[in-house]
Design a protein around this ligand. Sequence first.
Ligand SMILES: *Cc1c(COP(=O)(O)O)cnc(C)c1O
Length: 231
Amino acid sequence: MTTIAERLQAVRASIYDALSNAGRQPEQAVLLAVSKAHPATAIRAAFAAGQNAFGENYLQEALDKQAELTDLNIEWHFIGPIQSNKTQPIAQHFAWVHGVDRLKIAERLNAARPAHLSPLQICIQLNISSEASKSGVLPHEVDALADAIAKLPHLRLRGLMAIPAPTTDIELQRRQFRMVRLAYEALRNRGLELDTLSMGMSEDFSSAIAEGATIVRIGSAIFGTRPTHDH
Ligand SMILES: *Cc1c(COP(=O)(O)O)cnc(C)c1O
């Protein structure tokens, strides 16, 4: 049995290799450990091995784990689908939200972000394969959404997030991530100060890094396969 610490170290080494193969500097892509469906003890083990940013998909599960881990200085990222009746606890209990795809959600997060906290860090989810996924804003709608979110005072728009259709075809992985990067560069060229491309998971993060990912969201490669889960 390999431990969480060993798998974390192996993932970090692969991220380093992918950056170096892409001619990028170490630290230009950071690891978000996706701990959904794994217990607080697994997060504690990864934290002890030097990981401090964790991503969770399901609000109640995340709040339960946060309550068990208040002694650790964890940066929590919400990466799941966001229902509008959950925006208040999300705005209160997370540092980042990766899957924003509607202005209404952004406005609710903005209104609920407590004044004593720094702005909530936001990535807009881009839908680059509309037939494969319902979530994410379509490419032709991203400019308007980004401009509107950039004006909200309690949010800070950092960039784009995407979940491309899973495939083992490396060329197809690259092509999908490239579309996200081009959309990101187009937003930057329009003057938005963005620094984050959140893309790449356990099966495709090397391709994502080759295409410019700055945050890779990795779960099973660190924590093992997830037990099936009902929400
Ligand atoms: C579950 C999940 C991940 C991690 O997926 P793995 O394949 O386990 O690495 C990353 N991003 C999002 C949005 C997820 O829901």
